[in-house]
Design a protein. Structure first.
Length: 260
């Protein structure tokens, strides 16, 4: 079947972790920061409007991270959306440090991850985060220590569900021996980037698969509508989170998969 003749994507919903129902098209906040994902955007008011408009259009899965800015995206989410609608699921991440524009370094030491979580709770003004990802696996720290720190926070009620980002099937399986994993966020898009094995594993084992850079980070020659429809057709477990700072593009993206 060619891309042009794909059937219309069924919008539908997916329950992350079995108890967090979200529309399959979410919104990723990485593009709401400054150049190189560093600092505040030039137009803060526009960023606030985009976040509010996303929720008005039916988006209820907002994806962010403490490293976006750093700290900027989470701060903007609170400014735009707090107090949060009951149906809105906020996912954030910890474990990447920033040294400047387009510079990222994993740090997975448990004390640092605990600090990341506490600061995200404060910036977002939440008592518990719906979905908290280990942003990157730190190869200098045992995986069981990194995931174990998040499991302890889950037991304390500070995290509802745990996710992993940029991981292999083997890493997912290792993490699952420590704690339930609700979602995986890996790169996957029509441009050819991504690991089908991880997507298949997630679908077969009840994990949400959240493709980051679902539009190829703006490098696709095809339209966002086609790229997002293609992603939705890959698996009912796929939850794209296209990001944009443009209100018109936001509406186009959401129209692909959010019921109106």
């Amino acid at each position: 079947m060619s891309i042009e003749t794909l059937p219309a994507a069924t919008s539908g919903t997916y329950c992350i972790g079995g108890d967090l129902p979200v529309h399959r098209i979410g919104y990723g906040t990485m593009q709401l920061t400054g150049p190189g994902h560093w600092g505040y955007p030039v137009d803060i008011d526009n960023a606030v409007q985009v976040l509010r408009r996303a929720v008005e259009l039916g988006v209820n899965h907002i994806d962010t991270a403490d490293a976006y800015g750093p700290d900027v995206a989470e701060t903007l989410i609170r400014k735009a959306l707090h107090p949060y609608r009951e149906e809105v699921v906020i996912a954030t991440k910890g474990g990447l440090t920033r040294q400047g524009p387009n510079r990222w370094t994993p740090v997975g030491r448990p004390p640092y991850l605990r600090q990341c979580l506490e600061m995200s709770l404060r910036r977002l003004d939440l008592d518990s985060i719906d979905l908290y990802y280990l942003h990157r696996v730190d190869t200098e720290v045992p995986l069981e220590d990194q995931v174990g720190a998040l499991e302890l926070a889950r037991e304390q009620g500070k995290i509802r569900h745990i996710g992993l980002s940029k991981v292999t099937v083997a890493q997912i399986q290792a993490a699952q021996t420590i704690t339930p994993i609700a979602a995986v966020q890996n790169k996957f898009c029509l441009a050819g980037d991504g690991d089908r094995e991880v997507l298949d594993y997630c679908e077969q084992n009840g994990l949400a698969f959240v493709p980051y850079a679902p539009l190829g980070a703006g490098n696709l020659s095809l339209t966002p509508r086609v790229a997002l429809r293609w992603l939705l057709e890959q698996s009912p477990a796929v939850l794209p989170i296209p990001g944009t700072a443009d209100l018109a593009h936001l509406a186009e993206n959401v129209a692909v998969g959010v019921p109106r």
